[in-house]
Design a protein around this ligand. Structure first.
Ligand SMILES: Cc1cc2nc3c(=O)[nH]c(=O)nc-3n(C[C@H](O)[C@H](O)[C@H](O)COP(=O)(O)O)c2cc1C
Length: 200
């Protein structure tokens, strides 16, 4: 079978993307509106693209009514955000924080999480998260105005908050970090089923 991507509807191409690009890491993004309302939401169109400078990117697809998601709007307004690791222990709260709330509503409260003030930027982070990146906005690349057109938010990591329990000899103990990945629909994965491959 061959499919012409341009002929596929948004739901059809979306289902192919999320089923094939998997597992995807999750950017659990803390931001603040210009009115001071805390916001938290997960994004799995996410990865890192440069280590010096350290650049990460995630993509916000508009709400079904065409409005920007609160995360994108807040970052456009404040130019900062936190990126919290969603460990397995926090997966229920992470999922709850994806609820479509209005800009004046706070997902930290809704998901039963405690917001902490980031030390260096005007944004909240998840107190229980074992690893948090404090980021400044580098750029936003928009891919159009159709339903499903992403807005790629590129951020530079400025400070890293690491729980001592997961950091030793300059390395992150990823088993203790225990991040979850997104598959499709309600499915997630852990990294517990890991294996080694010698290089070369
Ligand atoms: C695990 C997970 C991953 C998600 N990934 C994305 C994504 O990559 N892009 C996106 O626009 N929405 C994604 N969503 C949906 C947003 O989290 C959801 O629309 C949320 O309400 C946005 O919140 P905001 O308006 O406060 O920014 C994801 C949801 C979940 C549960």
């Amino acid at each position: 079978m061959q499919l012409d991507a341009a002929q596929l509807s948004h739901p059809d191409i979306y289902r192919i993307l999320i089923g094939s690009i998997a597992p995807r890491p999750i950017a659990w993004v803390g931001s603040r509106s210009k009115d001071g309302i805390n916001n938290l939401a997960p994004f799995s169109f996410y990865n890192c693209f440069s280590s010096k400078p350290p650049i990460i990117g995630f993509s916000s697809i508009p709400r079904s009514d065409g409005r920007n998601k609160d995360t994108l709007q807040n970052i456009l307004d404040t130019r900062v955000f936190t990126l919290n690791t969603a460990s397995y222990a926090l997966v229920q709260q992470m999922s709850k924080s994806a609820a479509t709330l209005e800009p004046q509503e706070d997902e930290f409260t809704y998901a039963g999480l405690e917001p902490m003030q980031a030390p260096h930027i005007n944004a909240p982070y998840v107190k229980e998260a074992l690893l948090v990146f404090e980021c400044t906005l580098h750029d936003v690349i928009s891919f159009g105005n159709e339903p499903g057109s992403g807005n790629l938010i590129l951020g530079e990591i400025r400070h890293i908050l690491i729980d001592d329990s997961i950091y030793q000899d300059g390395r992150i103990d990823f088993l203790k970090l225990d991040p979850v990945g997104r598959l499709a629909g309600p499915w997630y994965s852990t990294i517990r089923d890991k294996f080694e491959v010698d290089r070369g």
